[in-house]
Ligand binder design. Sequence first.
Ligand code: GLU
Length: 510
Amino acid sequence: MERKVRVRFAPSPTGPLHIGGVRTALYNFLFARQHGGDMILRIEDTDSNRFVPGAEDYINEALAWLGIGIDEGVREGGAYGPYKQSERRDIYREHVKLLLDAGKAYIAFDTPAELEKARAEHPNFQYDATTRMQMRNSLSLPSEEVERLISEGTPYVVRFLIEPGRDVEVNDLIRGKVTINSSILDDKVLYKSADDLPTYHLANIVDDHLMEVSHVIRGEEWLPSAPLHVLLYEAFGWADTRPDFVHLPLLLKPDGKGKLSKRDGDRLGFPVFPLEWHDPKSGEISSGYREKGYLPEAVINFLALLGWNPGDDTEIMDMQQLIDKFSLEHCSRSGARFAFEKGKWFNHEYLMKVPVDELTNMFKPVLEANGVMLSAYSDEYISRAIDMVKSRANFVNDLWDQARFFFKEPDGYAEKDIKKRWKEGTPEIMEELIGVLESLDDFSSSAAEPVVLGWIANKGYHLGNVMNAFRLAVVGECKGPHMFDITELIGRPETIKRLRKAIIEIAPAE
Ligand code: GLU
């Protein structure tokens, strides 16, 4: 019988969720939705030294912002809880005991100093079949001694007893079969009595089993742990229901040389976190995609294509299309370059799809921040302005640079345009233009344009010079959308006011 698809995203709350972690969550989500399966969010907080306050909330907020839905988790609840590992101590204790009783694990008392010494004395020291009998543990010590140490409260760890010389097969759905020999593995610590907590390896395997996880989809950095996990499943007698492994390719620096890091983001000016993060200890602020003005749909689309392709050259896909098209067969084995410039392109594409009334609401705070009195403009005015310039914007914030002249008269004029377009005689021609504009019955773009162009032709003026001087006066520089569309929107009085101001303020170039 086909088993129900159940996947989990299992972050450790040790800081803000990295963009690579977001991609892992996304692939899990796409896979779950495509197969009508369940998506679990499990918080792996067994490393108390690395716990960071606020990190769990950050994870929830980031996934919610991006539309990565969770079916079971700390907030969502579910039949397999608790979903936070620090609340599952009893379960782990019980499972550690199972391994100890079956002779698949043992108790070790070696202090950090003793381990240090062993490492110093034997280069390449590894706690394994070749060394464990020289160490202080329940295999090498008499059982009375072991009992005495435990009853005295001596801190200990439980180590996994790895038999050497066995070929361990990991079958990864992206990478195929990988075989390693168990002799290279060390007897990993599974549990520490000092904080009564398991390590990642034990908790992860026990939870995946109990939560009936069918596929473990995670970053490539976890591939080296997979053979150990295979052996753990075996030791528990769960080999038959072991989940399939899927290790996703690394996210690489934009130049492809090495793993993407926070420093690359700082250096090249792009966020490596979904949301802005305020470090509770250092106070340091790291930028986030949300605060930089990215749309969640654009981030999702961009991330989906970092390590996967739909098999053709389709680039723009919304969440539903991604769900329909996603497949592990089209995930790449090699690392994916983090081409952040492409992220801006995606944002542009999605910005163009936002309905104009929504865009208007998104633009209003930007207008306010730039000192524009919102009450002076109707929604229709704002949306018409946006429509004229949006093709040039990647972000909502860019709209201000492109559309400011719809809301403010120029507070200066571009030097290079003055040089080129505002000559001796220009002020007089602009005076004349004012007269032409005043005489128009209809100030709309389609009515004004032929009249003004006719006047220029009649007088034998240079079309480019006159129209650019007009633009310089109204916009402040020689750029922007169609001139008569601008004047139609700002209206006759404002257009004429700006022409008068320019005539007074701009000194003709020599
Ligand atoms: N807690 C691990 C992490 O932080 C989970 C790795 C896994 O998915 O097995 O990424």
